[in-house]
Design a protein around this ligand. Structure first.
Ligand SMILES: Cc1ncc(COP(=O)(O)O)c(C=O)c1O
Length: 372
């Protein structure tokens, strides 16, 4: 756990609700991620959690050269921050086909890859790439049980991967597997489930290689499965956690074995004390992710018993027997339940070091598109 008191000496510059990144805590999380990976070169962290060029530059300075993203805005942010190896772990359809061409034409010194799980999609991409004189590496997206995207390993998956080899404009980039279903709190249970996913990918890789197809990498996992994948020494394996850079309260509850601390918090102010046992703060669901249940959206370390009873766009009503201790203007620091969509709700983040606000970092790739 990072040693940080989460104090801010002068909050007068912080417009609330304000996203605050405690830099020492984030640094400790990054150090823990590298320690767990065993070798910085095994990492391909997902930028969806922070979406910030400054965080990317800090990761680059730590030697993290391979990066993962889910949108072209994130890919552009990564490339502008200096990343030369980018996996867009998303299947390209519609305008994203030409956006891939434009991205590769602009960032000629960046290795740019995407995922695919469908032959027609791959053919369209191959046509666009070869017409532009470009070749994109594609990773086959394997479905290991989440049933969000991907194809099950088997004959159809082999044929698809063969297309990556045969079509002009495409080259085989390996296997992608995101096992977001592996959220078992018990580490041993999680280990068994993650190892079963790994076995699927490794067996599929062995089969493809036996057919003479190259499988340069297997990109696998998120924060929960990371400690398990990290124990596997296969040289093709790249580890792709995202949330652990900032971390959040719901992962903290779900994965007690992980040694990360929520580094990004929200400064909020009391704006009303409507009844004897409630306070209202300026932390509506336009400032924190509302995909968790109301009771799991935010927690307040200084008011642990506070019960969220109502949240609107710009208001959060908390029931607490300490309501009398608070007056309008008083401040609280909240830990988001789910940080990734929370950071996307903020234009920028206040950075705190040694109890001082030192910088403001733009959350640039929260937008759907930047210039491409
Ligand atoms: C494809 C993909 N890879 C990696 C991650 C990172 O996972 P986590 O948020 O558990 O760190 C995600 C998260 O949604 C994801 O969708």
């Amino acid at each position: 756990m990072a040693d940080c008191n989460f104090k801010i000496q002068d909050t007068s510059s912080i417009v609330s609700p304000g996203l605050v990144v405690f830099r020492d805590v984030m640094n400790a999380n990054l150090a823990e991620m590298i320690r767990q990976a065993g070798d910085v070169n095994r990492l391909r962290p997902h930028c969806k959690t922070h979406k910030m060029a400054e965080v990317t530059r800090i990761q680059l300075a730590l030697g993290i050269t391979k990066h993962k993203c889910a949108t072209f805005a994130e890919a552009e942010m990564l490339a502008e921050a200096g990343v030369k190896d980018i996996l867009l772990a998303y299947n390209l359809v519609g305008p994203n086909v030409q956006r891939a061409v434009a991205f590769m034409n602009r960032y000629i010194d960046v290795t740019f890859m995407a995922t695919a799980d469908d032959a027609a999609m791959v053919e369209e991409l191959a046509n666009a790439m070869s017409a532009a004189g470009q070749t994109i590496e594609l990773l086959i997206d394997l479905d290991s049980g989440q049933h969000r995207t991907g194809i099950e390993p088997g004959e159809a998956a082999c044929q698809l991967y063969q297309l990556f080899h045969d079509l002009p404009g495409i080259t085989p980039g390996g296997i992608h597997l995101y096992d977001g279903q592996n959220h078992q709190t018990d580490l041993e249970e999680r280990r068994q489930a993650v190892m079963a996913c790994w076995q699927l990918a490794a067996d599929f890789r062995d089969h493809l290689e036996s057919l003479g197809l190259s499988v340069p990498r297997i990109v696998a996992g998120g924060t929960g499965s990371f400690p398990v994948y990290a124990t596997i020494t296969d040289p093709a394996l790249e580890l792709s956690p995202g949330t652990n850079t900032f971390f959040d309260n719901n992962y903290g509850r779900m994965f007690p074995d992980l040694n990360y601390t929520p580094a990004a918090r929200i400064l909020t102010r009391v704006i009303s004390r409507p009844t004897h046992d409630t306070i209202t703060v300026d932390l509506g669901y336009k400032a924190c992710a509302s995909d968790p249940d109301l009771t799991r959206r935010v927690v307040f370390p200084d008011l642990p018993q506070a019960e969220p009873v109502l949240q609107n766009e710009e208001h959060l009503v908390l029931r607490t027997d300490k309501a009398n201790d608070y007056s309008p203007g008083d401040e609280l620091l909240a830990i988001p339940g789910h940080i990734c969509p929370t950071s996307a709700l903020h234009k920028s983040a206040y950075v705190v070091e040694n109890e001082q606000v030192t910088e403001c970092w733009e959350v640039s790739s929260r937008d759907r598109w930047l210039t491409i």
